[in-house]
Design a protein around this ligand. Structure first.
Ligand code: DX5
Ligand code: ZN
Length: 223
């Protein structure tokens, strides 16, 4: 099976970020997922663009920024400067998604769109021709370590079918509660990218590595 893993640095050991980044780099087809929470769009504050800029020097991977903030348009220039390669924002966080997509792309960065599990999928459909990535949230944004919401599988498959039908040039990423029990079905539903927080960082590295390698060695299923 062909997929990208995007471990979320939020679940990493911040005392040892440099080595945590190296762990991610050991995997072919890996990105670094960066969860930016502002204490307003979601209750918790995580870290900001200065932190991202600093750790950017410690990794060769693509930096996949997931903005969970109330004014994403204010933050985009800072994360662009920090070295983001993808910037994904929430449809619920702006009144002008198309303008923001254009701003991100004009900075030479790939643009992603995401939505909360409770937001209708129809809210993002009009923008699919314009984005490089759709992030399907499979937990409520705001924390790592939550249980995977099964309904996300149907949403992933819906986007996948639409993408094929309309020839959209976008990647489908899935974020929240992904582990060794559900990763395969997430890929079968149509995911190109698996965001992994607690599963990746809170299990023995050898076990995670063995699991990812075994999944990659499986035959590509019909989606
Ligand atoms: C949730 C974040 C996720 C989360 C993933 O708001 O967007 O990226 O940290 O962590 P796990 O894999 O533990 O659900
Ligand atoms: Zn995320």
């Amino acid at each position: 099976m062909n997929f990208i893993i995007a471990p979320s640095i939020l679940s990493a050991n911040f005392l040892d970020v440099s080595n945590e980044l190296k762990k991610i780099e050991k995997f072919p087809n890996s990105w670094v997922h960066l969860d930016i929470m502002d204490g307003s769009f979601v209750p918790v504050i995580t870290f900001g663009s200065p932190f991202v800029k600093s750790i950017r020097k410690g990794s060769l991977n693509i930096f996949d920024v997931h903005l969970m903030v109330t004014s994403p348009e204010k933050q985009v220039p800072f994360f662009a400067d920090a070295g983001a390669n993808y910037i994904t924002f929430h449809i619920e966080s702006t009144n002008n998604p198309l303008d923001l997509i254009k701003v991100i792309k004009n900075l030479g960065i790939k643009a992603g769109l995401t939505l909360k599990p409770s937001t209708p999928i129809s809210s993002i459909e009009a923008f699919l021709p314009n984005v490089d990535l759709v992030l399907v949230m499979s937990v409520e944004p705001g924390a790592s370590g939550q249980k995977f919401i099964e309904k996300a599988l149907g949403r992933v498959n819906y986007i996948k079918k639409l993408k094929e039908k309309e020839h959209f040039n976008l990647l489908i990423s899935v974020d929240g509660g992904i582990n060794e029990k559900n990763a395969e079905e997430v890929i079968k539903a149509g995911a190109d990218i698996l965001v992994m927080g607690s599963y990746f960082f809170c299990n023995p590295f050898k076990d995670v590595e063995n699991f990812i390698v075994s999944l990659r060695n499986k035959n590509t299923p019909l989606k």
